[in-house]
Design a protein around this ligand. Structure first.
Ligand code: ASP
Length: 324
């Protein structure tokens, strides 16, 4: 049994500097003196040392390839340490393309190592235990944080500073790490992995995200989305927009896939309950695609991958019907 550890930076790997902490610790630094971690043989690879705001889709897909090679080479599972800010997106991106039964487990920290009570060591240990656990197989990409285990497709960063920031508002955690033991409470069915994506096409595929707000300006939306390949709209509540947005979205939906999500942070957009102009029923009639339970950020990840793979509006709608 061995676990491959890939480090990407983030708060878990930050150390003091006169202008504030920056990512600079290596995997060897992170793994030193974590009580209990020595029981799990780790193969450590330092990949990046950056804040997670600097990560790109290309880097994450390269990481997935390297993690897949590690698993093919005999690793029981994989741990990735990175910054927490974009972890809900990177985890979902990896999950969409991770085809292996072995667990790929992301973690990080909210308190950097210079602070009292840094959470990085405990999170790293929990993630390694999950990556090594037979019970965690066939669940796709997971997030281990604060002794909870979350599915990548449900997890959200819900607080800017709390060590309990990661939560799955629609589903709850899949399980917990209790006295070092991985305890899974539920096993959601897994979606088949999307086919590998061409890096050049991915880099060239541009998807906009617009969150509607009270008395919003539809002109902004037209300008934002005009030359993009796709658009995600984070609507009010169950998927509503101001009436003036409806014809603008209809025109955009005639040219590109437009996916409707909710800006609320949990719950699904609806399909056919409300009937006013700008309601979910009206928008679907105008060609807007139902995003289901996917939050706007995850919807943007899925839409970009689909478009980079050459999916048209019908295939995009079918994919959101499955994944949403
Ligand atoms: N800004 C940091 C990052 O995402 C926050 C963190 O790691 O928790 O890299």
């Amino acid at each position: 049994m061995s676990v491959a550890l890939f480090t990407l930076g983030g708060t878990i790997a930050m150390a003091g500097a006169s202008g504030g902490v920056v990512s600079r610790l290596t995997g060897a630094d992170l793994t030193a003196a974590v009580p209990g971690l020595a029981e799990i043989p780790l193969d450590v690879r330092d990949v990046e040392a950056v804040p997670s705001a600097a990560l790109t889709y290309g880097q994450i897909l390269d990481l997935v390839d390297a993690a897949g090679a590690a698993v093919a080479g005999g690793a029981t599972g994989v741990v990735v340490t990175q910054g927490t800010d974009t972890l809900e997106e990177t985890a979902y991106l990896a999950d969409l393309v991770w085809p292996h039964p072995a667990p790929l487990v992301l973690t990080g920290a909210m308190r950097n190592p210079t602070l009292a009570g840094p959470d990085g060591p405990a999170n790293l240990l929990a993630a390694a235990r999950v990556a090594a656990a037979p019970a965690a197989r066939d669940l796709g990409v997971l997030v281990a944080f604060n002794d909870e285990i979350h599915a990548a497709r449900f997890v959200r960063k819900t607080h800017s500073t709390s060590t309990a920031t990661f939560a799955s508002p629609n589903a709850g955690p899949l399980g917990h790490v209790i006295e070092g033991e991985v305890r899974l409470l539920t096993r959601p069915p897994r979606h088949a992995a999307l086919p590998p994506v061409d890096a050049g096409r991915l880099a060239a595929t541009r998807v906009a995200l617009h969150t509607v707000t009270l008395d919003d300006d539809p002109e902004l939306l037209s300008r934002l989305a005009g030359d993009r390949d796709g658009l995600v709209v984070a609507g009010f509540g169950v998927g509503h927009v101001p009436p003036a947005f409806a014809p603008v979205l209809e025109a955009l939906a005639a040219r590109m896939p437009v996916v409707l999500t909710s800006r609320t942070g949990s719950g699904s957009v609806l399909r056919h309950t409300y009937g006013a102009v700008g309601s979910e029923t009206d928008l679907r009639r105008r060609g807007v695609i139902w995003g289901g339970l996917l939050d706007p950020y995850k919807a943007k990840v899925l839409l970009r991958l689909l478009l980079a793979a050459g999916a048209g509006p019908t295939e995009v709608a079918e994919a959101f019907a499955r994944h949403g």
